[in-house]
Design a binder for this molecule. Structure first.
Ligand SMILES: Nc1ncnc2c1ncn2[C@@H]1O[C@H](COP(=O)(O)OP(=O)(O)OP(=O)(O)O)[C@@H](O)[C@H]1O
Length: 244
């Protein structure tokens, strides 16, 4: 579904690349988690995948996907919801229509809410009437109503407590494994993704000879079995459940 080959992302006012020599494939129905500290290039990479990097970046290598692939981004902050409009009318604004003047199909709204594991009654609520976890799901519904092939969730755990965060991550796992979406989750915390990701890309914000970030592409199984690189092992060992 997405084939990345020898990708190099460089910001023009910096001598070194942000990311070099990244190659990986993400299949339909898979979850790729991108983990990394602040400034390690996570946003630059997802912008490269969405073909929306600003002009001050130079891209080398290839990012290939089938023609007409639809990508939706679930933004990090619930401030992306319009505080003055009910969730239902925000969903209608985002829904695909054959002609701009045609009314949106109400079933699309209900389907998107259901897919985001929200009751359809949420359509009649304003963002301030939702809990943090529900507002995050409403953001997911806004992405899902566009019927994307690829869904990119930026920091789903940001601003929600642990209990809701785990349910949100499970929601993305189901979208991939049951609804066959390709899901990319950006997170700074490995603990949430070990249970749900098929592959994990770890960007370590440590300067090496060619680039700002070094890269590790691995799986949850390799990490938990001790068969991964030193940085992912350190992240795994640092989780409270592994303290002894
Ligand atoms: N060679 C370089 N040396 C130092 N900094 C760089 C270099 N190239 C790019 N940068 C900076 O690195 C940062 C990368 O930011 P980016 O937003 O992609 O990281 P991020 O992992 O998404 O961070 P956050 O988690 O804080 O959102 C940018 O601020 C960019 O200006």
């Amino acid at each position: 579904m997405i084939d990345i080959t020898a990708l190099d992302i460089k910001q023009n006012n910096h001598a070194k690349s942000l990311i070099t020599d990244l190659s990986l494939s993400i299949n339909e129905g898979e979850v790729l988690a991108i983990i990394g500290t602040s400034g390690s290039g996570k946003s630059a990479l997802i912008n490269a995948i969405m073909n929306s990097l600003s002009a001050d970046f130079t891209l080398k290598g290839n990012i290939l996907m089938p023609p007409n692939t639809r990508i939706s981004l679930v933004p990090q902050s619930i401030n992306a919801l319009n505080p003055t409009a009910k969730i239902g009318s925000q969903l209608i604004q985002f829904s695909p229509r054959k002609k701009w003047y045609q009314r949106a199909d109400k079933n699309l709204v209900n389907n998107a809410l259901t897919l985001a594991q929200l009751p359809v009654s949420v359509a009649n609520l304003y963002p301030h009437q939702l809990s943090g976890g529900m507002a995050k799901r409403a953001l997911s519904a806004l992405a899902l109503i566009q019927n994307p092939d690829i869904i990119i969730a930026d920091e789903p755990s940001c601003g929600v407590n642990d209990e809701f965060a785990e349910a949100l991550f499970q929601h993305y796992k189901q979208l991939a494994h049951k609804k066959k979406k390709t899901v990319i989750i950006v997170s700074h915390d490995i603990k949430y993704v070990l249970d749900i990701a098929d592959h994990i890309l770890i960007l370590q914000g440590v300067v090496n000879q060619e680039s700002l970030s070094s890269i590790e592409y691995t799986t949850p199984k390799k990490i938990t079995q001790g068969n991964s690189g030193s940085y992912s092992q350190a992240l795994w060992q640092a989780l409270p459940k592994n303290w002894n």
